[in-house]
Design a protein around this ligand. Sequence first.
Ligand SMILES: NC(=O)c1ccc[n+]([C@@H]2O[C@H](COP(=O)([O-])OP(=O)(O)OC[C@H]3O[C@@H](n4cnc5c(N)ncnc54)[C@H](OP(=O)(O)O)[C@@H]3O)[C@@H](O)[C@H]2O)c1
Length: 370
Amino acid sequence: MALSWFCVRVLCRRGPGRWGPLCRVVGRVLTSSAVARERCEALVYHKHGDPLRVIRLETLKLPQLGDSDIRAQMLAAPINPSDVNMVQGTYPILPDLPAVGGNEGVGQILEVGSKVTNLKPGDWVIPSDAGLGTWRLEAVGNMNSFSKVSNNLPLLCAATLGVNTCTAYRMLCDFETLKPGDSVIQNAANSGVGQAAIQIAKAMGLKTINVVRDRPNLQQLTDSMKSMGADYVITEEALRKPDMEELFKEVPRPLLALNGVGGKSATEILRHLMKGGTIVTYGGMAKQPVIVPVSALIFNNVKVRGFWMTQWKRDHGHDLVQEMISVLCDFIQAGKLRAPVCTKVKFQDYQTALKAATIPFTSSKQILIM
Ligand SMILES: NC(=O)c1ccc[n+]([C@@H]2O[C@H](COP(=O)([O-])OP(=O)(O)OC[C@H]3O[C@@H](n4cnc5c(N)ncnc54)[C@H](OP(=O)(O)O)[C@@H]3O)[C@@H](O)[C@H]2O)c1
């Protein structure tokens, strides 16, 4: 039984298009029998603190499958800065303890309750809201807590779609009316959000000015970002130099600035905004406040805004979240959006991944592979 279940999982992952019907039939037979498990392994924390100290691999009891629930096997889940902050206890929303780490990831449905009509075994799903605890081997939850994604997406694209990619998409769509040829400036441009913003902006016909911290392998990073569609990659230091005026002879001043850093970096990107433009803060990696020069407010009339994906999803509801996910799946399938630069780490090697996720200049998203 274990071997046949393994085979189904491999076939479903390798070629869901071709093997999809077989996967679904065999999946139903297997899940209705002895395969339904009551326990699963998960990365759990009982108290807040340094993730390397407080996260442990434990066996959890899974809740019983309700009529409107699904049971999914997690396939892959990233380690994002907000996940780390949740474990540390410094994030504005915190789950009750003990908690399972992780908020983003992709799973494959093993079993559905009797009232679930829109999802079936074999489908791939991602969490619709924060708080599922994605660093686990299996999850049981209400069908509306998940959005369906095409199960022929590359695994890493699906695993990183629900938070960072959605954030980049919303910020490019919701704050300014941008038209092809307009430009957008962003800091932390090599972050997961930044890499998604580069690609979605490119697909929208926008130019991107991408600010990163200087590093020994800057050229390698620049090449990687340009291969994703970045028009300009500049360092924080270059941003403060008069040479920026030369750049604005080639490309219009940005109408939109995306700030994932705060501090001086935020002030510098907003100085370059077009009159009346908007700076949207979505992250604070430098842990410094955003300081807006008085002149930028009076003479440039910049708009200072913030964005939180979790709130957007709660305000807009399951159907609109699903609609957004479908649009982004189309981008991926059209070859316009790929996963951020990633390092795949076996679930059991979670400590290696946690360590790498907290080191500056890693420039690679750590993805736990279950
Ligand atoms: N508001 C929302 O809804 C929302 C949604 C998703 C993410 N976020 C936030 O967005 C931020 C980025 O998330 P992510 O998952 O995309 O990150 P990520 O892929 O882990 O990348 C982290 C980024 O932050 C940069 N960075 C780290 N420390 C820095 C510092 N002291 N000064 C300047 N840059 C620094 C890194 O640059 P180096 O390569 O130079 O280290 C890298 O570009 C996080 O703050 C996260 O919480 C918010």
